[in-house]
Design a protein around this ligand. Structure first.
Ligand code: HEC
Ligand code: HEC
Length: 230
């Protein structure tokens, strides 16, 4: 496993980028759409990064709350952090000597990058940040908090993700034990036509037994009548 780089090593690297990023971003990007940025983050960045407000928990790359908490506490503004994030995506600076754990360049560009950078700038390192509260009971909250909707469509959660299968369709008639297995051990069986290793393999460890039960009940209730997305 790739170990989370410690902040002492990360912070000097960050400081260098801040100056650069300030110049590059020209400051004050107001046209960015943070809501869209959140969905894009979940799909494109949450597969490697933890960020509390996005509900992502993967730690292939640094935990972005940890990475920016000190800078924020030291008074850096949203737009400074936004600039750092943008510079990192445009031109990733490796933090280790191991290319296998490095961040690929230009995962996102243009408006997509603007929106993601604004979103991360708004939330990374904000104390107490959490996913937005959603209506619909505890299972709906587990679904939202774990960003399932960033990748999956589920009408009951008002989620329109298209990275993974449409849950309104595939969950109809699926036995609860199989739904559970798909969530906690996604690589056991890969849905036809979809890539392996894309759905985070960490939910088994990160969703409590109680929450998992609530989530599965929510999924079954939501799709019991043949799905709601038509
Ligand atoms: C394939 C995994 C992967 C993906 C996808 C990924 N990153 Fe990274 N990211 C990393 C790694 C690993 C690092 C540590 C630097 C390095 O070694 O490349 C990193 C570093 C960073 C840093 C610097 C953090 C610090 O402590 O200085 C930021 C900011 C960042 N990523 C943002 C993003 C954003 C935004 C996206 C989505 C557009 C993204 N990353 C997508 C793996 C990834
Ligand atoms: C980063 C994108 C991503 C996230 C986040 C994600 N999934 Fe998935 N999911 C996929 C992909 C891609 C597949 C198809 C490949 C596979 O079977 O692993 C999949 C497969 C599934 C399946 C099996 C579908 C079938 O046809 O057999 C279920 C059920 C599922 N996901 C539920 C969830 C739930 C619930 C969450 C949140 C706890 C979640 N997923 C989060 C991408 C994602």
């Amino acid at each position: 496993m790739f170990k989370l780089p410690n902040q002492l090593r990360l912070f000097p690297a960050l400081a260098g980028v801040v100056a650069l990023a300030l110049v590059a971003s020209g400051c004050g990007t107001s046209k960015a759409d943070e809501e869209r940025g959140r969905a894009l983050f979940i799909q494109n960045c949450g597969t490697c990064h933890t960020l509390a407000q996005a509900g992502t928990n993967v730690r292939v790359g640094p935990d972005l709350d940890d990475a920016f908490a000190a800078a924020r506490a030291a008074g850096e503004t949203d737009s400074t952090i936004e600039g750092v994030v943008k510079a990192q995506v445009e031109n990733p600076r490796p933090s280790t000597d191991n290319p296998a754990v490095s961040m690929p360049a230009e995962i996102l560009v243009g408006q997509d990058l603007d929106d993601v950078a604004a979103y991360v700038g708004r939330w990374a390192g904000v104390p107490g940040a959490a996913p937005p509260k959603v209506p619909g009971g505890p299972g709906a909250q587990v679904f939202a908090s774990n960003s399932c909707g960033g990748c999956h469509t589920l009408a009951a959660a008002e989620a329109g993700g298209t990275v993974g299968p449409n849950l309104d369709e595939v969950l109809v008639g699926m036995p609860p034990a199989m739904i559970e297995k798909s969530i906690v051990d996604p690589s056991a069986e890969i849905a036809k036509g979809y890539p392996a290793n894309l759905m985070p393999a960490t939910y088994g460890a990160e969703i409590s037994q109680k929450e998992l039960k609530q989530l599965i009940e929510f999924l079954i209730d939501s799709t019991a009548k043949g799905g709601g997305s038509k």
